[in-house]
Design a protein around this ligand. Structure first.
Ligand code: ZN
Length: 337
């Protein structure tokens, strides 16, 4: 029965350093169990004599203990000789040192290989660590670059956003100001318009009032003039006193008689505007007036004394009589109006 080697720790603190089954095999390659380790020269193979089970067990236990030492220390251990002696039959006892030497060689070789392997592994590990460190460093640098780029982009975007915002605010402010200016202009325009309209209305009203007053004055003058003549013509039989003559002027006074004032009186006071044919009506009325102021008519109505009454009166009557002829001619020419 062969003990197998399990490369695992037997206690928490100790680790097997080498494999006893490989480096110091107690198993016979032909019988596949533990036999004498001596060499049978006559048979040209390993001895096949059995060894006491208790000795095998002891040798196994010793090898197992040695396997927790490093191979170089184990190679120098005097325990190896005891184990070899345990694993030899009476005929091969003299082979003990050869066996130990073989194990020693095997352990030394293994130690040297193990050392090389460890160094290689250490070197590989160091290289791997260095590569990992570089990869990590590269990755870290990339992360930093990406972070910086992101930061730059973010800042640029923020700057652009700020600029846009400022631009929009400026535009809005300008628009608002322009609206306010426009409102102010509109307000002034309306105010001016209102004031102008007010002035126009006031002027119109004043003009209308003046016109109305003027018309009334002329109408009153005409009424007074007609009333004067009516009173005179009621008493056809009697000679009328000179101071009752209704003079054809706005004031009705003789002193105001002049070419201009008399002409104006018949121009303004005649109520021809009521007629549908004012030209015709004027001509008719002026013709009547012309007859009324004819010198013969005046003398028959007011007597011969009227001419003797004083030069101003005679001059006025003469002026009117002549002007009436003229006005009649003009009215005749303007009949079509
Ligand atoms: Zn033997």
């Amino acid at each position: 029965m062969a003990f197998s080697f399990h490369p695992k720790t037997t206690t928490a603190s100790r680790t097997r350093q080498w494999d006893p089954e490989k480096l110091t095999s107690l198993v016979n390659p032909d019988t596949r169990d533990e036999r004498c380790l001596g060499w049978a020269y006559s048979r040209r193979r390993q001895c096949q004599r059995s060894v006491a089970w208790s000795r095998i067990r002891r040798a196994r236990q010793s090898l197992d203990s040695l396997s927790y030492l490093d191979p170089m220390t184990a190679a120098k251990s005097p325990e190896l000789l005891v184990i070899a002696q345990d694993m030899l039959c009476y005929q091969h006892l003299q082979d003990d040192e050869d066996i130990v030497e073989r194990w020693e060689t095997s352990l030394r070789k293994y130690a040297a290989e193990d050392e090389r392997r460890k160094k290689r592994e250490e070197k590989d590990e160091k290289l791997k660590r260095e590569q990992e460190r570089k990869a990590e460093e590269t990755k870290r640098q990339w992360e930093e670059i990406k972070r910086l780029l992101k930061e730059i982009k973010r800042e640029a975007e923020e700057r652009q956003r700020q600029q846009q915002k400022a631009e929009e605010e400026r535009k809005q402010k300008e628009e608002q100001e322009e609206r306010e200016r426009e409102q102010e202009r509109e307000r002034k325009r309306q105010e001016d318009q209102r004031r102008e309209e007010e002035l126009r209305q006031r002027a119109r009203k004043t003009a209308q009032e003046r016109e109305k007053a003027a018309k009334k004055e002329w109408a009153d003058a005409w009424t007074r003039y007609c009333a004067g003549w009516e009173a005179i013509e009621k008493n056809r039989e009697q000679i009328c006193p000179i101071d009752k003559i209704p003079w054809p002027t706005k004031s009705g006074r003789r002193d105001d008689v002049s070419q201009a004032s008399v002409r104006q009186f018949f121009d303004k006071a005649l109520p021809v505007h009521l007629s549908s044919t004012p030209g015709e009506e004027r001509f008719r009325m002026i013709s009547l007036e012309n007859k009324r102021w004819h010198t013969d008519k005046i003398l028959s109505r007011f007597g011969q004394d009227v001419l003797r009454h004083g030069k101003p009166c005679a001059n006025a009557l003469d002026l009117i009589a002549k002007l009436m002829v003229e006005l009649r001619k003009e009215a005749k020419m303007r009949r079509e109006e």
